[in-house]
Ligand binder design. Structure first.
Ligand code: B3K
Ligand code: ZN
Length: 883
């Protein structure tokens, strides 16, 4: 550890800022190893007499002028702060520091990427640029002057509007940017280098023209069209759906290759991982295209939900992230297929967030403490946070939700606020009491919703009894407000009219054939009348709350729902439950050494779905794809990796064998080559279904040629990669030559090369582990590029069940050693790679011990960052700092 006892930050300790910064002028003189930063702040005291303490790390302090007087001798400087003793109530402070962007491999603060300069400040990176109140509730007006060599830095960018620029001498030039909006320093950005730009414009609803500029390296100029289209669609969508209009005259996006996450919403100057900007049909898959549209939208939507209204402190992160994810989910749903999008989001939530919520890193969407804030940019804060925002939407309806959003902006534009302010706006705008929603913010864990039903033929009533609980939390469990969207279906598959009895009517929203049960107590019963025959309940339609649903459906009920329900989520889910049942049976068979079985219920449902020509191809593809291995594992207290892996593979192979002809027919119908690539929901859906069929067929050795032909014949990356992925899992003699062919073709395109690394790191090949050991020695592998690291080490730990969980523990040891090396360069990314280890207690005893040793090995590293320390120590239960 760098520091013996890491500081723990608690929400309960929050104190309002003691000083205000009226304005700040930042003057950068850029140099790879000696960038000078002059920070001139106009400061006003708010409190009585506290000393001025500014955050700062890894800065070389040159001078401190207080109202023009050098006071450096009277300052106290330590590794994390600068304290200035002064009793003045209003003063100017000028701090001069030197930093080295070139040496910054953590990619936080000001750093270099491909010879260009760029910044990343959220959450607490600004303190690596200059001494400042690096907290989101200190908002100020920024002016930024950048001076740099012309030859290496043709472009000089920062937030806001360019107000001045010019030459200094023959070799150097400068630019001055001014942001008219007050902002916290985490939204500051600077970019300089030799970049080219693609330009367009957007005319706002107020008829103002906004210049849109996407900056990339020259060789990537032909890959920006989709990003630009996505930006224009986002701007239009936010105006139409939320009445939110962009507020500056310029919107810039810069794509960089070395970036710790997806993108960053800096005011007027978004910095993006190039993965979420660059696309051409031959280099990017449908998933990439969709990711670009979603992330461009997400960062754009932050301009209102995040920038105009920001967070009071980092414990409120879900205020901007949960809300902005909800908004980007709705945007993608509107651009593509709402049904497919909802199911994909639920899948992601269950496979990533549910395990996090059940493990040692579990935390509420509003964490109560942290050591390193960057560790809390989690699926819980983001995705579960978005589900909680969706609860308001379900409870209030689109109109009520919009009223709440309008009031939120009316009250809080220009402020740094809390999740309670958001909830109050939603409640007040609709005249309702939403205080019970608080429990969703402070309680970790995925609640279980247990449903039982009772049909009484005599009174023709149908009772739905709902009970909620949280595993392990018996005494201090606070019942959550859970909206349960339902319908009742007759045995013929028809939706029934819902007529609640008098008691239930007050707790049920909606009328007609779909209703929302408002569960507010731990146990409640809802009764419907005039039901002439026992119905089948269609529960949690649209996945109306992030819970585990327990209801004892029979196989025939599941089959009926899977084939006829009008709610696509429930249709999909019913098949998934059937498949899970089948997998559980087979896992048990595998454990007992018995023969594995393909049940007739499974065959019937699979065949029904495959033959359903009326259904959306995207939905069919999602439905025929079995639950993923992580989600299956989650169903067991102790995960038997071998049994889960083998049962999963066996069942897929059995389905492929049984339905070979049908799968082949669908595959051939959809595998039309020729025709230009279109990013359109119908084309995406048919590629998705075709490749889902290919994945099954490639489990049969006699069908290998299909994948090989698709690989060599198709031109769009979606099809090429889907084929190569199936080839990479196989042990076929042509595997090596196909992978080599791809490498030779794409070795100079780093984003495509990432895909080549990913395929091999995820491979089910019997020697996958040895291959991964070779990959980290490959000339194109580097620990300094986060995308490359995630492609190999991230994928290996998360996806490669066979390699990572090798019985001899070598997979664990390998990853632990890589993490120790990576942590010295980039703690933020290293901490992410630890994630697969955090669930060590869920495995068999032998694996538990080996994973524990790997975690202990990491913890013993003499150079451990606080990022990795926090995750590892919490996983080992050595820290009392839970959530
Ligand atoms: N707000 C950034 C994430 C910053 C992560 C800092 N470790 C991107 C986003 O969520 O839009
Ligand atoms: Zn975000």
């Amino acid at each position: 550890m760098t520091s013996e006892s890491p500081i723990v930050h608690y929400l309960k300790d929050y104190q309002a800022p003691q000083f205000e910064i009226r304005s700040v002028l930042l003057e950068f003189d850029l140099h790879p190893t000696k960038t000078q930063v002059i920070n001139t702040m106009q400061i006003q005291r708010v409190s009585t007499n506290e000393d001025l303490v500014l955050a700062g790390e890894e800065l070389e302090l040159v001078s401190v002028l207080l109202n023009g007087q050098e006071v450096i001798e009277q300052c106290v400087v330590d590794a994390e702060s600068l304290t200035i003793m002064t009793g003045l109530s209003e003063f100017e402070l000028i701090i001069k520091t030197i930093i080295s962007p070139e040496k910054n491999t953590a990619l936080e603060g000001l750093y270099r990427t491909s010879g260009n300069y760029c910044t990343q400040c959220e959450a607490e990176g600004f303190r690596k640029i200059t001494y400042f109140f690096d907290r989101p509730d200190v908002l100020t007006l920024f002016t930024t002057k950048i001076v740099a060599d012309k030859a290496d830095n043709a472009v000089l960018l920062s937030n806001g509007n360019l107000i001045e620029s010019g030459d200094i001498d023959g070799n150097r030039h400068y630019a001055v940017w001014q942001d008219p909006y007050k902002k916290p320093c985490y939204l500051f950005a600077l970019v300089a280098g030799n970049l080219e730009c693609v330009e367009d414009q957007f005319i706002t609803a107020e008829k103002r023209s906004v210049a849109l500029k996407i900056y990339v390296e020259e060789r990537n100029l032909d890959k920006c069209e989709h990003a630009m289209e996505s930006l224009k669609k986002s701007m239009l969508w936010d105006e139409a759906r939320f009445g939110l209009i962009y507020d500056l005259d310029i919107y810039m996006i810069v794509a960089v290759d070395d970036f710790n996450m997806g993108a960053m919403e800096n005011k007027g100057l978004n910095v993006f991982n190039s993965k979420f900007v660059l696309a051409k049909p031959d280099t990017a898959t449908d998933v990439d295209y969709e990711g670009i549209e979603a992330v461009i939208g997400h960062e754009y939507f932050h301009n209102w939900t995040g920038n105009r209204v920001t967070c009071r402190d980092w414990f409120q992160l879900t205020l901007k992230e949960g809300l902005t994810v909800f908004r980007d989910q709705e945007f993608t749903a509107d651009m593509l297929s709402p049904a497919v999008k909802r199911i994909e989001d639920v899948k992601r939530l269950r496979s990533n967030q549910f395990p996090e919520d059940a493990g040692p890193m579990a935390h509420p969407i509003q964490p109560q403490s942290y050591i390193e804030m960057n560790n809390f940019y989690t699926v819980t804060v983001y995705e579960k946070g978005a589900e909680v925002v969706r609860l308001y939407h379900t409870l209030l309806g689109e109109v009520g939700f919009r009223k709440g959003m309008d009031l939120y902006f009316l009250r809080h534009d220009g402020q740094a606020v809390t999740v309670v302010d958001f909830r109050n706006a939603m409640a007040d705008a609709n005249g309702v009491d939403l205080s019970q929603m608080h429990a969703w913010y402070v309680q970790a864990g995925t609640p279980t919703l247990k449903v039982e039903t009772l049909y009484d033929a005599l009174s023709q009533t149908f009772q739905i009894k709902c009970h909620q609980y949280l595993e392990g939390a018996i005494e201090d469990f606070k019942p959550l407000l859970i909206p349960i969207k339902i319908a009742l279906i007759s045995e013929q598959g028809e939706l029934l009219e819902l007529i609640p009895d008098v008691d239930s009517a007050t707790k049920i929203m909606g009328e007609g054939k779909e209703a929302v049960l408002r569960l507010t107590q731990q146990t409640e019963t809802f009764t419907f009348t005039s039901i002439v025959a026992k119905p089948i309940p269609s529960l949690l339609r649209g996945f109306s709350a992030p819970v585990h649903l327990e209801y004892d459906y029979s196989d025939s009920e599941l089959s009926l729902l899977a084939s006829t329900d009008s709610d696509s989520f429930v249709r999909w889910e019913s098949f998934q439950v059937l498949a899970l049942k089948a997998l559980k049976v087979n896992i048990e068979c595998y454990e007992k050494g018995q023969k594995l079985v393909l049940s007739s219920a499974m065959k019937q449902a699979f065949s029904g779905i495959l033959q359903d020509h009326s259904a959306d191809a995207g939905l069919i593809s999602l439905t025929i794809t079995l639950p993923d291995i992580t989600y299956i594992g989650e169903q067991f207290e102790e995960i038997n990796v071998d049994a889960v892996y083998h049962a999963h593979k066996w069942l897929r192979t059995a389905l492929a064998e049984h339905f070979e002809a049908d799968l082949l027919a669908v595959y051939k119908r959809l595998n039309q080559s020729g025709g230009a690539y279109r990013y359109h929901k119908d084309d995406i859906a048919s590629r998705k279904l075709k490749n889902a069929c290919l994945r099954y067929l490639m489990l049969l050795p006699q069908q290998f040629v299909l994948g090989k032909e698709q690989y060599y014949q198709q031109e769009n990356m979606t099809d090429v990669l889907a084929a190569l992925e199936t080839i990479s899992h196989s042990s076929h003699a042509d595997r090596v030559s196909c992978l080599e062919h791809f490498y030779q073709h794409w070795k100079n395109d780093s984003l495509v090369l990432d895909k080549w690394f990913t395929l091999q790191a995820a491979s089910h090949h019997i020697h996958a582990f040895e291959h991964v050991q070779e990959l980290v020695k490959h000339a194109d592998f580097t620990l300094t590029n986060p995308n490359r690291v995630r492609s190999v080490l991230g994928v290996f730990g998360r996806v490669n069940v066979l390699g990572f969980h090798r019985k001899d523990g070598l997979g664990y040891q390998f990853l632990a050693e890589q993490i120790i090396q990576l942590d010295k360069l980039n703690p933020q990314v290293a901490a992410r790679i630890v994630a697969p280890f955090t669930h060590w207690q869920r495995y068999d005893e032998s694996r538990r011990k080996k994973m524990h040793s790997a975690l202990t090995l990491i913890l013993a590293s003499s150079t451990l960052s606080k990022d990795v320390y926090e995750i590892v120590s919490k996983s080992l239960g050595q820290s009392a700092l839970q959530g």
